[in-house]
Design a protein. Structure first.
Length: 234
């Protein structure tokens, strides 16, 4: 039995997070000082894990977070995959939540009620996010089995993490809001990859939640260093 543990971590804080700016895939800010501290704390939490692979989205904030983790795993392969990028919030990207929050909440509400094709203008739907996540994870699982990986970390983003958990663990996109997180917290999920001939379609596999929203490593950071609560539901 080839069992793979996946640590699914959110990136550290950016100035957009800290100032209430909508941050989808169309904007690409780096970590701020607080985000760097959070990434370092995540790295410390992961340093004694025998990680076989560090995977990140293609956006700078996730790549920086992954690089922090990788500094304790110098011989571990590192790859960035744009299919793990944050969802696109379309015309809302880069705008203040106070100015566009009503529109965003309307779309998120439609997703909760089963309309997964809803989107903000020029943005991405939940179904589109799900499609690319399934494609990415099919490749991640295939490579992990071929190389006999047992533990990997994926550094990604808040909404797309909700899509991942709802797609893989819950098998129901309407449950996206049931996966809480903050900057640099992580989920640990586990999947049996089976033998060499087993089907690795992630939509058909069982992903077991081991630990959800682990943030003990962040407790020594000041409360002000966490993302404003007005964005926590997104």
């Amino acid at each position: 039995m080839a069992v793979l543990d996946i640590y699914l971590a959110r990136h550290g804080q950016t100035e957009a997070n800290a100032t209430g700016i909508i941050q989808g895939s169309k904007i690409n800010p780096p970590l701020n000082k607080c985000g760097e501290l959070q990434a370092d704390a995540l790295a410390e939490a992961m340093k004694d894990e025998k990680l076989d692979w560090v995977v990140t989205s293609g956006l700078e904030r996730a790549v920086q977070t992954g690089n922090s983790v990788a500094k304790y795993h110098s011989n571990t392969p590192f790859v960035s995959d744009a299919r793990l990028n944050e969802i696109s919030w379309g015309e809302a990207d880069g705008k203040k939540f106070s100015d566009i929050g009503t529109v965003m909440k309307s779309v998120v509400g439609k997703w909760k009620n089963g309309d997964f094709d809803a989107r903000i203008k020029d943005g991405e739907s939940a179904n589109e996010g799900r499609k690319r996540i399934l494609e990415a994870f099919a490749d991640i699982l295939r490579v992990s089995r071929e190389r006999d990986y047992r533990k990997i970390i994926i550094c990604s983003h808040g909404r797309i993490m909700r899509v991942i958990m709802a797609t893989l663990v819950d098998k129901d996109l309407s449950k996206m809001q049931q996966s809480p997180h903050t900057n640099c917290s992580y989920h640990q999920i586990r999947v049996d990859l089976g033998d060499d001939n087993a089907d690795l379609d992630p939509s058909k596999l069982t992903f077991e939640p081991i630990r959800i929203d682990v943030r003990d490593h962040l407790l020594n950071l000041k409360l002000s260093e966490h993302e404003p609560s007005l964005l926590s539901g997104l």
